[in-house]
Design a protein around this ligand. Structure first.
Ligand SMILES: [Zn+2]
Length: 440
């Protein structure tokens, strides 16, 4: 068996550097930039050919927030704002509460008009629901978390929803506080969700290791380094970024036949923006080259696979793998899982993560994740280093190193056809449509 060089302890140090040393790294902020600089300096120190690729993004910050019950009793309820859905004036909006099981179209009757919606889920079909809501014009939305004993999540809203359907100031409250609002029959509330949108520059950091035998064949191994607001993002995704960094060190040590590009993506949390910028550039350059010479072999043609690491490190958790590509790609992960005794749920499915940006332009992808049960840590202030362990980074890192070494970086001939089944192509289209995001 190949000697494995992945060091879980070293990777865990990188994780802490990002999640504790820098801390929260919201998309498009100064802290995000510092994290990018750190990853770039580490790639450079390893001796990788390192590029920092800038792209433009619109992000938002929270200026002030408050949820206040005015009638029939007075009480302040802690809440978190979902910026990018728009916001309220500094004085907020005042209106009557209306409770809906979900914000799906079945519940969106004229009664909603001018009210503050209290609900447990943003709609599954955004286009339909926000289409109706844009006519009914509720004053604001309060989203209740889906289970007790977890903090209200710090999630971004959606700029495309806002641009297409108007502003929907939205705040999130805990399950307990949601229940209390119902049980105490809160009637009239004030919601302050003051936000500020900013146009910023964000960046991807790409460290390249040239292949010794087949340098023209490129494999991208990446993970995003940004976070949602206010959370340290230890699991999501300092963990994945730390694995990418340690894999880069391992493969620099052992050498590769193919070219490996290790990538840290920016602005994933506001719509996969970093990986989309990378994929868009590949696609546009390819289209341009083919216009001039239809037989041109482009960088996009030569990009054979994307391996994506998003959400890693939880001590208590389970491993999952989502594959977009030919059946043998799925089979290879399944076989390796049985061989090594690292259990994975492997499925052919489109992840809501950076791999999908590359798959949208035709690059097959494998996304590895390790999730705490019920995803309890993700996007909340509980996503902290204390729940994570070097041991799980070791297990995941070794597995991915072995997968890359055997089948990808150093295989004699590349074993996976560069195809994406039609059904998955459709799933990718649907993913971007549902999320109201433009594909790369
Ligand atoms: Zn993530």
């Amino acid at each position: 068996m190949t000697k494995l060089l992945f060091d879980g302890e070293r990777s865990f140090k990188q994780l802490k550097k990002l999640a504790v040393g820098i801390g929260t790294r919201p998309s498009g902020t100064e802290e995000e930039r510092r994290a990018a600089e750190y990853v770039a300096s580490e790639f450079e120190a390893m001796g990788l050919e390192t590029a920092v690729e800038e792209f433009e993004a619109t992000t938002a910050r929270v200026v002030s927030k408050k949820l206040e019950v005015l009638e029939p009793y007075r009480e302040d309820v802690p809440c978190e704002v979902m910026p990018l859905f728009g916001g309220t004036a500094p004085s907020g909006v005042v209106g009557d509460l209306i409770f809906l099981d979900t914000a799906d179209e079945e519940y969106l009757t004229p009664e909603v008009e001018g009210k503050v919606i209290l609900t447990s889920a943003i709609p599954s079909n955004r286009k339909k629901a926000y289409g109706i809501l844009s006519r009914l014009k509720p004053l604001a939305m309060i989203v209740i978390e889906s289970s007790p004993r977890i903090p209200a999540k710090n999630l971004y809203g959606s700029l495309t929803v806002k641009e297409r359907f108007g502003e929907f100031p939205t705040v999130r409250v805990t399950y307990e506080d949601g229940l209390k609002l119902l049980e105490k029959k809160a009637k009239r509330v004030r919601v302050i969700a003051e936000t500020e949108e900013v146009k910023v520059k964000s960046r991807n950091v790409v460290g390249e290791l040239k292949g010794s035998e087949r340098p023209e064949e490129i494999v991208v191994v990446g993970g995003h380094y940004d976070t949602v607001l206010e959370v340290s993002g230890a699991e999501d995704n300092a963990g994945g970024t730390a694995i990418v960094m340690e894999l880069a060190r391992a493969f620099k040590g052992k050498g590769t036949k193919r070219t490996m590009r290790f990538a840290a993506w920016g602005c994933e949390e506001i719509g996969l923006l970093g990986s989309k910028a990378y994929a868009t550039k590949l696609r546009e350059a390819s289209e341009k080259a083919k216009k001039e010479d239809e037989n041109a072999e482009t960088e996009l043609d030569r990009t054979l696979l994307c391996v994506n690491l998003d959400v890693h490190g939880a001590y208590i958790g389970t491993n999952e793998c989502k594959v977009v590509g030919p059946p043998e790609l799925t089979a290879s992960v399944k076989l390796l899982s049985k061989e090594t005794g690292t259990a994975f749920t492997v499925e052919e499915s489109v992840p809501s993560s950076d791999a999908t940006s590359l798959s949208a332009v035709g690059v097959p992808s494998v996304t590895f994740a390790r999730r705490a049960p019920t995803n309890v840590l993700m996007h909340s202030t509980e996503d902290r280093v204390k729940w994570l362990s070097p041991k799980t980074l070791q297990a995941q890192g070794e597995f991915v190193e072995l997968f890359l070494d055997r089948y990808v970086a150093n295989a004699a001939a590349f074993p996976f056809e560069k195809t994406i089944p039609d059904k998955q192509k459709k799933d990718i289209e649907d993913y971007f449509k549902r999320a109201l995001r433009k594909p790369p």
